[in-house]
Design a protein around this ligand. Structure first.
Ligand SMILES: [Zn+2]
Length: 330
């Protein structure tokens, strides 16, 4: 079976899959990223996991993967295949595409040098590899096969530990001139507000990310272990302290989304990440808050993401298949 390797590297965990041409996940695995062991160990772990997936594909289908797609957090230069910077994982200007291509070209140990499709991965020829940005690639998957299907212009927001986004236009995600496009989490919505990891104050992600809500709710309810999901449940149960925490986060998010609407005018806004799991507890007040703030703008249709936490991995597979179709037409 023809397949590609897909790998989504996150701050704490990695998700990998073998993906068929129609986007089906044939085989899935997860491993910890292991960032507590340092950057070199993380990079070695990524290369090992990709090589393991290649071996797994050979074992299962008797044929080498046709390509690999790998997505990482931080700043990514997709054109040059370089992981430019990740505050979380510690690398700077890492030639990830080259490292993966070299590692995946070596014939796996213990496997016979035969079988169809082995030409590419079997005899020292580097495997075609594409490197992508985790959130933008997740956005790409949502646009192709998820909640943004058919939308000519959409904005995807991942509400997780941080907040990131991607602007989808005519079937592609705009990375911006320097690979920083779509960073809605760093729109300053409360000047002079909480310190953000980026160096500024009052960024959206310091107020409306899962981490921010967790902090605020733990302080408000006095339970240091309470998190954002607990806050959502307390809102649903009618807790007024939780409602205040939630309202503040929703207000900040609406302020950020109005900026997006003014600048980019997306038709659809897709909300993903753990916080979007709160469903209508989030969507209903957010739609109302957006409506209150909008003047000339046309409000976007707000929808939940469909692909959940496999979006990045699926997107990595789609990018790998795209790479092959480019090769064929070139
Ligand atoms: Zn920031």
């Amino acid at each position: 079976m023809k397949h590609v390797i897909a790998l989504d590297v996150g701050g704490t965990g990695m998700k990998a899959a073998l993906v068929a041409q129609d986007g089906t996940l044939l085989h899935e695995e997860r491993r910890p990223t292991g960032r507590e062991q340092g950057t070199d160990a993380v990079v070695a772990g990524i290369l090992d996991f990709a090589a393991h997936l290649r071996d797994e594909g050979l074992r299962r289908y008797g044929t080498a993967a046709a390509a690999a797609g790998v997505v990482v957090p931080g700043t990514v230069d997709q054109e040059r295949g370089i992981a430019v910077f990740s505050a979380n994982l510690g690398w700077r200007d890492l030639p990830m595409r080259q490292l993966l291509g070299e590692r995946l070209s070596k014939w796996p140990e213990g496997l016979p040098h035969k079988g169809g499709g082995g030409r590419r991965a079997g005899h020292g020829e580097p495997l075609p590899v594409v490197l992508g940005h985790d959130v933008r690639t997740g956005a790409y998957a949502e646009g192709r096969i998820g909640a943004g299907r058919g939308a000519d212009r959409f904005f995807f927001v991942a509400l997780g530990t941080g907040i990131a986004g991607g602007y989808g236009i005519d079937g592609r995600i705009d990375p911006g001139a320097h690979g920083n496009g779509g960073e809605i989490g760093h729109i300053v919505v409360r000047p002079g507000g909480p310190q953000c990891g980026c160096g500024a104050r009052g960024c959206l992600e310091t107020l409306a990310s899962a981490a921010a809500i967790t902090r605020a709710w733990a302080a408000a309810c006095g339970d240091p272990d309470a998190d954002a999901a607990d806050c959502a449940r307390a809102v649903e149960a009618g807790d007024e302290r939780a409602q205040r925490v939630w309202d503040d986060a929703v207000a900040a998010l609406a302020d950020g989304l109005v900026v997006v609407q003014s600048l980019l005018d997306p038709r659809t806004v897709i909300l993903g990440g753990g916080l979007a799991e709160a469903g209508e507890t989030l969507f209903t007040p957010l739609r109302a808050a957006l409506q209150e703030r909008i003047t000339f703008q046309v409000p976007p249709t707000l929808v939940p993401a469909m692909l959940k936490d496999t979006a990045g991995c699926l997107g990595a597979g789609l990018l790998a298949w795209d790479l092959l179709s480019l090769e064929v037409t070139a």
